[in-house]
Design a protein around this ligand. Structure first.
Ligand SMILES: [Zn+2]
Length: 218
């Protein structure tokens, strides 16, 4: 059953699709009414309708932002020409989700003590100067041979190599393992199945071109 409620004359669908907090501030989820749940719909009742880039379903092309947070550092900026991804500023334990469906091809702790090459480990935060590596991280390969990478998770990822994940599926939570100065998500997009620097492209352009521009969760 398709129900469209809560729209008033003169409002656009995009306006109606804005996420909203109601009454006591509890968030509404897809298809819920302000009264809670999807039962008891009546004409005029507000109904939450997610936008095209909704978390979980993703854009029409099947992509979604990997974390509910703003971008705080861009791809290969003049100040950081070797920065092959973008950083989202987010609190520790914020959920990280798959930007698109695909198969997990990497899921392990990558954290090396640069002073002697020994394992730094991911049982503790990394250091921006003393630690190299992505920390607890996940790589996913997608249908177009693109690879997305999610770094510095707080603990062992929820998914392992060989797992098929769907757009919006939780992979782990934000942390500061590996080469990191504080909790954030470092996110990379690679093309042509190339996980190295040569395959990296600007995630902001990539996601925008797929209907899921960074900077908004919904
Ligand atoms: Zn980064």
């Amino acid at each position: 059953m398709l129900v469209l409620l809560g729209l008033t004359a003169g409002r656009t669908l995009d306006e109606a699709r804005q996420p909203r907090l109601v009454s006591d501030g509890a968030p509404l989820y897809w298809g819920e009414t302000a009264g809670g749940g999807s039962d008891g719909l009546s004409p005029g009742a507000p109904l939450y309708v997610p936008p095209a880039t909704a978390h979980g379903g993703g854009s029409a092309q099947g992509w979604t932002q990997p974390v509910d947070a703003p971008v705080v550092s861009g791809f290969r900026t003049p100040e950081r020409p070797g920065h092959d991804g973008v950083d989202f500023g987010a609190a520790r334990y914020t959920p990280i989700v798959a930007a698109a469906s695909g198969t997990v091809i990497s899921s392990y702790c990558d954290a090396i003590d640069v002073r002697d090459g020994s394992a730094w480990g991911c049982h503790r935060d990394g250091d921006p100067n003393l630690t190299s590596g992505c920390g607890w991280h996940v790589d996913i390969i997608h249908s177009g041979q693109e690879i997305t990478r999610y770094c510095h998770m707080v603990s062992q990822p929820l998914v392992g190599v060989g797992d098929f994940v769907t757009t919006g599926q939780e992979l782990g939570q934000v942390g500061s393992t590996g080469n990191s100065s504080g909790p954030h998500l470092h996110f990379e997009v690679h093309v042509n199945g190339d996980p190295g620097p040569g395959g990296a492209v600007d995630p902001e352009t990539w996601m925008s071109d797929r209907g899921a521009p960074l900077g908004g969760w919904w």
